[in-house]
Design a protein around this ligand. Structure first.
Ligand SMILES: [Zn+2]
Length: 192
């Protein structure tokens, strides 16, 4: 996937994560923290390629990683995600002014990159060092760039529509349940 595709898909994923309230930090986070976090992390896995956007900026990191693991190797695995989270928790001093909503958005951005690359025919070695590649190859052919944009827009549309539908149907469902506060209190008294 192109860098533009990753950036778009990461913002769409953040909007979805925010609507689904996957963590309190994402649900109530400051967009001025979350947007830089998600955008940065959405390009991070491709640091393993010296001609990628971040790879060109940090060649001293990208060249050794490319030689050691190759493109779409370690950095495109669940192991990298877990190691990254652990390093962040253990190596960053607690008094550093890094907001938690920024860190949570970074995790969303990193995962969005892995999912986006899984949509290409090359896939990714999710369980690296195992070589098995996982892919759902919907992004192929000449119209790939258009398809990338379409998927990002689709995720935003789902984010806006789906959670509202789910929450309204859940509210409707709970409203119809044959319990009221009095009955619940009676039941609790019975089992005291
Ligand atoms: Zn990638």
């Amino acid at each position: 996937m192109t860098a533009e595709g990753h950036l778009l898909f990461s913002v769409a994923s953040l909007i979805l994560a925010h609507q689904l309230e996957i963590t309190p930090e994402i649900a109530q986070g400051d967009w001025l923290h979350m947007l830089p976090g998600v955008l940065l992390a959405s390009l991070l896995p491709d640091i393993d390629h010296p001609s990628s956007t971040l790879g060109r900026l940090f060649r001293f990191i990208s060249i050794p990683i490319a030689k050691l693991c190759g493109h779409r190797g370690f950095t495109h695995s669940l192991l990298a995600l877990i190691v990254g989270i652990i390093l962040f928790q253990t190596e960053i001093p607690s008094d550093w002014p890094i907001p938690t909503d920024f860190v949570h958005a970074m995790i969303v951005g990193y995962i969005s990159h892995l999912i986006a690359d899984m949509l290409t025919p090359a896939g990714i070695p999710l369980l690296w060092p195992l070589r098995t590649r996982f892919c759902i190859p919907v992004l192929r052919g000449k119209e790939r760039k258009k398809a990338e944009r379409f998927i990002a827009v689709l995720v935003v549309v789902i984010a806006i529509l789906l959670p509202q539908h789910i929450s309204s149907s859940l509210t409707h469902y709970f409203d119809k349940l044959p319990f009221d506060k009095l009955q619940i209190d009676k039941l609790q008294n019975l089992y005291k």
